[in-house]
Design a protein around this ligand. Structure first.
Ligand code: MG
Length: 269
């Protein structure tokens, strides 16, 4: 059939320039078949800023009897400051330092101590599986796995934490997921480096790959790597610019992001 169609196209082409001028019929090209499903980690698999980092800061404050609790909205504001130690410094500079911490040296010592403990507590929360997966993540990954579709997680966050969050999807599924994380590429997102690495290592056609991201910078990374990208908004990315996204949803579950819908996204490109 394809051979006959080819002949028909050729004969039509041969007539170009002759007196019989026919419009070229649109020829169906191969629809792309989805080759892989790639998740970002923070904000996509779990709402880690809200449910892990913020919680760990609060536990460290409580252990040190600082009478400080960061609400979801307060933490959202503090996220404008990059880095945990800098974030705490900005907070105490604004609301006042705890009693007894009057010199800059003592303040920086306190922040250092709190940050070390916060990092330990964060690791503990993750390793104990106490961070909930976001809605729809498990079922989407399960459907992809059942179909034998390669799954990967691409994140420029700490590799150990990413691996532990992936494990929350179940040990069997987790063992089949390729993880690209940490400092394995020179530039973090929004550079497309991490997605280009996955493309190369998994031998993918980026246009046949779907990435799930939650942030503006992640979206830029995926699109600049030539991939399709569905954005699942997270607590602290609600108001970001997602104009380049192929789809934007509040979460994978309520947005009905099924494997079939992603396959359709790829084949309709
Ligand atoms: Mg993210």
């Amino acid at each position: 059939m394809a051979f006959l169609t080819g002949l028909a196209i050729d004969s039509r082409r041969l007539r170009i320039g002759s007196s019989r001028c026919e419009p070229r019929r649109r020829v169906a090209v191969h629809a792309k078949v989805m080759q892989a499903l790639i998740f970002d980690c923070d904000g996509v698999l779990a709402d880690t800023e809200r449910d892990a980092h913020r919680v760990a800061f609060n536990l460290a404050f409580e252990e040190n009897e600082l009478n400080t609790v960061w609400s979801e909205s307060r933490y959202g504001k503090l996220l404008e400051v990059g880095g945990g130690k800098e974030r705490m410094t900005a907070h105490f500079n604004e609301v006042g330092w705890p009693e007894g911490y009057t010199t800059e040296e003592s303040q920086q010592e306190l922040v250092k101590k709190l940050h070390l403990r916060k990092t330990e507590l964060f690791g503990k929360l993750i390793s104990e599986g106490k961070i909930p997966l976001r809605p729809g993540v498990q079922s989407l990954a399960d459907s992809a796995s059942k179909k034998g579709l390669p799954i990967a997680v691409c994140s420029t966050s700490n590799e150990k934490a990413v691996a532990q969050i992936v494990t929350m999807m179940g040990p069997e599924l987790a063992s089949s997921i390729a993880i690209f994380a940490g400092d394995i590429v020179p530039k973090k997102k929004p550079s497309p480096d991490i997605y280009n690495l996955a493309t190369e290592k998994l031998n993918l056609d980026p246009a046949a790959t779907v990435v799930i991201e939650d942030s503006y910078i992640g979206l830029q990374a995926a699109k600049d790597a030539g991939m399709n990208c569905v954005v699942t908004k997270s607590t602290y990315t609600l108001d970001e610019d997602f104009a380049r996204a192929d789809r934007v949803v509040d979460d994978l579950d309520s947005g009905a992001v099924t494997l079939e819908s992603l396959e359709a996204l790829v084949s309709n490109e």
